[in-house]
Every structure is written in structure tokens, then in C-alpha cells.
Design a protein around this ligand. Structure first.
Ligand SMILES: [Zn+2]
Length: 271
């Protein structure tokens, strides 16, 4: 299948793959695909795809354990990058062509689809993003993850030298409402976007305190990605172990195209 990669989630430790990432994207018809599991760090560089890059990959529909509509198990060896990522030019127009083709109206709409056909991925435009809240979380992975990781290390000594993914010691949530009469207008949704964790660690590595780093993440993901001049959409998906829980897995935030105004030296025409 040909997939335009749109989202990567923050990695978690795993027994079999050392660390797991969920990757999602859209096909040419706008249908969503989840590629899972992917051990992104172990992919050779020539196969390390970027966001908004088309890839080709052989993948099989998951059976049993992961019955979500869009879940496919990729064959890593077959991943081929197709050209450079689509640039953000013209207010992301070329990206939007594919990404917004399968757009949903709201979280309520997605849940309705989920009840029908096990939809577990989508994109929609929140009517209003009220806030981005964060609170302190454990600074270490839960015991089951750590046990899984220890097991992975035993099996494959080539990975002994590798560091596990770092656990972000905060939970970030978007507070928003949808444009839907059914909306209770108080969604608080966890953000599992790779970019949130990446920004957090970038700031900490540059010397920011954990609190300041979390504050800056909030500023960026609220004030910039959800600014008034942005046509902000959320990529959302469900969690395998908790199918009723939807989380934000990425943000689509092109600038709103300005209406073309006549230049001052051009006469205004009225009829
Ligand atoms: Zn809603």
C-alpha cells in the first residue's frame, strides 16, 4: 500500500521490539491506516520516513488482538520512501488534499463511526480549543513496560547499549469542544503526539527545568498550533488496551489562507 505518513506517537518500551511507535497515515483515497508495531529506531536510515512523506509498504491486516479497522502490521523490509516529504507551501494545500479527504465532523461523529465499523483513527476540526492543561506524571515507565524492556534486553544483546525511550514526566491534555449539537463541550484529551515529547526533551536537554519545559510545551501547542490564524485540526485515535479512549495523536495546523484583497493601486470594481 501507498501511505502518506501523518503521525507518529511517542515511543513506549516493549518486550519484542525494544520500543514501539504507532505510525498513522492516509492512503490516496483519504482512508486512514495505522502501521503497528514499528520499531522506528531500528529501521535503517534509508527507511526512516518523515511526516508528510509518501511511503510504500507491504502490510497485513491485523487479526485477533488488534481488531481496529485501520490497523495493519507492516513488513519492515519492504518499506520504501517515495520522494521527499510534501512541503508546507501554499498553506499546506498539497497535504490537505489527502489528509482532509476523510475528515470527520467531530469526536461524536467518530464515535458513531466506531460503533458501526470499528473506526479508530480520524481527523476533525475542533470548534474551539479552550486550553492545554498538564500535570505531573510518573517519571518512570510503569512496571510492566520495564519488565518488558528487561526481557527484550535478555533476548537480544545487540540492544544492550541502547537507552530506553525516556518517559516524559508530564501528561498533556487538550481541552476543547466540537462543532456538533451532541458535544458536551468539555473534552479533555490526552496528547500522545511524538512532537510533544520531542519538544519537552529538547528543552530539558538545553537546560530548562522540567516545569519550564512543560510550560513551553503548553505555549507552543496552544498559542502557536491552535492560534486564531491557524486552521487547526486534530488527528485522533483510540488506544488498543482501552478502545473507548480517544487521544490526540497529532495536529494539522496550516495557516488560514488570507482572502485576496485588491491592491491599493487597483481600481475597485462594482457592478
Ligand atoms: Zn465533542
Amino acid at each position: 500500500m501507498k501511505v502518506l505518513i501523518t503521525v507518529k506517537t511517542y515511543p513506549i518500551p516493549s518486550a519484542k521490539y525494544d520500543e514501539l511507535v504507532c505510525t498513522a497515515g492516509v492512503r490516496e483515497d483519504g482512508g486512514f491506516v495505522r502501521l503497528y508495531p514499528v520499531n522506528f529506531r531500528d529501521l535503517p536510515f534509508s527507511q526512516q520516513y518523515k511526516k508528510y512523506q509518501w511511503i510504500e509498504v507491504q502490510a497485513a491486516k491485523h487479526r485477533g488482538q488488534d481488531a481496529r479497522k485501520e490497523s495493519y502490521r507492516p513488513n519492515f523490509d519492504t518499506i520504501k520512501l517515495l520522494g521527499e516529504p510534501i512541503p508546507a507551501t501554499r498553506n499546506w494545500a498539497e497535504r490537505a488534499k489527502y489528509v482532509l479527504r476523510g475528515k470527520s465532523d467531530s469526536i461524536e461523529h467518530l464515535k458513531e463511526q466506531q460503533a458501526h465499523d470499528r473506526t479508530s483513527l480520524g481527523i476533525f476540526k475542533p470548534k474551539k480549543v479552550h486550553d492545554l492543561v498538564y500535570k505531573q506524571a510518573s517519571s518512570d515507565w510503569k512496571a510492566s513496560f520495564k519488565a518488558a524492556l528487561a526481557q527484550a534486553r535478555l533476548w537480544e544483546d545487540r540492544k544492550v547499549s541502547k537507552k530506553p525511550p525516556r518517559k516524559v514526566p508530564f501528561k498533556f491534555q487538550y481541552v476543547f469542544e466540537c462543532d456538533d449539537p451532541r458535544c458536551k463541550k468539555n473534552h479533555r484529551m490526552m496528547i500522545e503526539d511524538w512532537e510533544v515529547g520531542a519538544l519537552y526533551w529538547k528543552l530539558v536537554d538545553r537546560g530548562a527545568s522540567p516545569d519550564d519545559a512543560a510550560k513551553s510545551v503548553r505555549e507552543k501547542f496552544l498559542r502557536e498550533l491552535c492560534a486564531d490564524d491557524r486552521d487547526t485540526h486534530f488527528y485522533v485515535g483510540t488506544i488498543l488496551a482501552h478502545p473507548k479512549t480517544w487521544v490526540v495523536i497529532g495536529v494539522f495546523w496550516p495557516k488560514i489562507a488570507k482572502a485576496k484583497m485588491p491592491r491599493s493601486d487597483e481600481p475597485l470594481l462594482f457592478n
